[in-house]
Design a binder for this molecule. Structure first.
Ligand code: X8Z
Ligand code: ZN
Length: 606
């Protein structure tokens, strides 16, 4: 139930409702509890279950039909949930000094963390924040870049253009164009920060960033160190990749545009936010012609429908011994962008009705990138289905990085052999050169993402703590883009811009460290699942496709939901209680050797 604004969600979006608790939150005083802690937890679970359906339905309708009317419905659902949640947290304080059974204590602790958007205990402010949060995500979803009246491009259209163009000026136009949606968000964002911090303060946290960091079964300060430690482990990989990519882009666009020794212009990486760079593989391909990794062309030539693409992903999970998706998944999901209304195209997976009514919401294109996003989203759905027998307060993943890692782990098994087996590539040649090609293709997504995954919340932690002042929002953003990613904007930015607002998770209030952790965890998961599947040899050539043993181990971990600390869940799956980057480092060892050779004589860094 963890996060009201969580946007994939099982019980997450359960996080959005109601007035079941009879007293308004602001009327509740901390007095002797009226019921035992066990009875309180049982009531919280029952109310959550009942309230979740309505809340999540309101969110679904809002995300798939953006109008003034659905804004009212969604904001009102948010507000009701916030009121209920605030009231329950107040009541939970009465059990603070009691010695409780571990499961009861955990349920109460999780209840306190049960929203990603804590609201002040004041009716007017609660309403204001619910409205702002609803507006911000609507502004993102309906955002458009208009050259002239009637000549407008949506976010998803601009994303597609950025994936394939290699024209410096056109790319700059798409890049800057999308960022015109964000300045109107700035004032609202500033107010959202004030109000959400006030809400977090009332729950006992220093600010919202601290509250987000508290959701990892360790102290917020320990978690911050943990994330920094993991980043230090993987940084050398990123630096080699950055160096090689900059050199190739310099050859392609000219050294005047991409100077050696400097940051890379942020619009040249084949992605609107330069978060994953797989779309410039054609520029980076180490051994041209050595391997067929062109899934895009096959999807187009065979004219795959969105549903057929989703069936491929479902079949993978079924091959692991998991169930087929429910019939309602196929009738209720949004697979394509509707032509007649505004929707939030950013992909998400939903678990309504306690995990019985699973859905995805996407605007699927015939591309390998979207195929992998589908596998990612189904990872959320299978997790939601796996923990559905847990009580509502435990219906979430072990920590937020776990659910983000499941589908990604599955994509690591999309080896040439697997892709050939399902007819998406013509050859699955195994040569050293083919291995390096595939590793490059993967690293452009997986390794390039790491600093981006780290910096988004680094920026927000600073914003929420007040270290980053509103008048420096954009400057601080670009300072971090430079520091972590070695990127610079293609044109001058100022505080009239609000570039963070052009990335979905900022207006949608979705924490982001989860994706950074997932990038590291998925390789740990894969290493252990491959051992269970009996794989021998290079980790990079392992596919767990068809392994019921690996599937069972994976499913059993997911079925625990968040009923136990994530360290326990990790230990069951991998034998270790620590997140650790050695698996991703080992995985990409062959590519690192290649990159170091390529970079010899270059001066890396920026
Ligand atoms: O937001 C997502 C998923 C939904 S949980 C599509 N991802 C991050 C992003 O797009 O920024 C997956 C990778 C990172
Ligand atoms: Zn996800």
């Amino acid at each position: 139930m963890k996060k009201l604004a969580g946007f994939f969600a099982g019980a997450l979006l359960v996080a959005a409702i109601s007035a079941c608790s009879q007293q308004a939150a602001d009327e509740v005083a901390v007095t002797a509890p009226a019921e035992t802690a066990e009875a309180f937890v049982a009531r919280a679970n029952a109310e959550l279950k009942a309230l979740g359906r309505e809340a999540i339905a309101a969110n679904w309708v809002r995300a798939t039909y953006i109008t003034e009317d659905t804004a009212i419905i969604a904001a009102s659902a948010r507000e009701k949930y916030a009121k209920w949640h605030g009231g329950m947290v107040q009541q939970a304080l009465a059990y603070d000094d009691q010695e409780l059974a571990p499961a009861t204590r955990r349920a109460i602790d999780l209840l306190k963390l049960g929203t990603s958007l804590p609201t002040p205990n004041d009716a007017a402010k609660r309403k204001e924040l619910a409205q702002i949060a609803t507006d911000l995500s609507g502004m993102y979803g309906a955002g458009k870049y208009c050259r002239n009246d009637g000549d407008c491009l949506s976010g998803s259209e601009l994303e597609v253009l950025m994936q394939s163009s290699k024209d410096y000026a056109a790319l700059e136009e798409y890049w800057s164009g999308w960022r015109t949606i964000a300045p109107p968000m700035r004032e609202k964002y500033q107010r959202y920060v004030e109000l959400a911090n006030e809400g977090a303060g009332e729950l006992g946290y220093g600010d919202l960033g601290e509250m987000w960091r508290a959701g990892f079964d360790m102290s917020p300060a320990e978690f911050q160190d943990e994330a920094a430690r993991l980043w230090e482990q993987v940084k050398p990989l990123y630096e080699e990749l950055h160096c090689a990519v900059r050199a190739k882009l310099g050859e392609h666009y000219g050294e005047d545009k991409v100077p050696e020794g400097g940051p890379i212009p942020a619009h040249l990486l084949g992605n609107m936010w330069a978060q994953e760079w797989g779309n410039i593989y054609d520029i980076m391909e180490p051994y041209p012609g050595e391997s067929d990794l062109d899934v895009d062309t096959t999807l187009k030539n065979k004219d795959y429908s969105p549903q057929e693409m989703v069936r491929l992903a479902e079949s993978f999970y079924v091959s692991l011994g998991m169930d087929r998706l429910p019939d309602t998944f196929w009738t209720r999901s949004q697979f394509t962008k509707p032509q007649d209304r505004e929707v939030v195209c950013h992909a998400s997976a939903w678990g309504l009705d306690g995990g019985n009514d699973l859905r995805i919401k996407m605007c699927i294109n015939q591309s390998y990138e979207d195929l992998r996003v589908i596998y990612h989203e189904l990872g959320h759905n299978y997790y939601q289905g796996a923990y559905k027998d847990q009580p509502p307060l435990f219906q979430d993943s072990a920590h937020s990085g776990f659910t983000e890692a499941v589908g990604d782990t599955v994509t690591l098994s999309m080896t040439p052999g697997y892709l050939k087996e399902i007819g998406l590539v013509s050859s699955a040649k195994i040569s050293n050169k083919a291995i390096i090609n595939r590793q490059m293709r993967m690293a452009l997504d997986k390794i390039a993402f790491l600093p981006f995954g780290k910096l988004i919340d680094e920026w927000r932690w600073g914003v929420f703590s007040g270290d980053i002042k509103p008048e420096d929002y954009n400057k601080a953003w670009w300072d971090m883009r430079l520091k972590y990613q070695g990127l610079a904007p293609p044109n001058e930015r100022s505080e009239a811009d609000f570039d963070p607002g052009s990335k979905f998770h900022i207006p949608a209030n979705v924490s982001y460290t989860r994706y950074f952790l997932a990038r590291i965890l998925q390789f740990q998961f894969q290493r252990s699942l491959c051992a269970t599947a009996g794989h021998e040899g290079l980790l990079a050539s392992c596919s767990i496709y068809g392994s019921k043993e690996a599937g069972k181990k994976f499913f059993d971990m997911m079925a625990s939901g968040q009923s136990e600390p994530w360290q326990d869940a990790l230990e069951k799956l991998t034998g270790t209680r620590e997140m650790d980057a050695t698996a991703i480092i080992d995985y990409f060892a062959p590519l690192m050797t290649y990159l170091k050779e390529q970079n010899a004589g270059r001066s890396c860094g920026w």
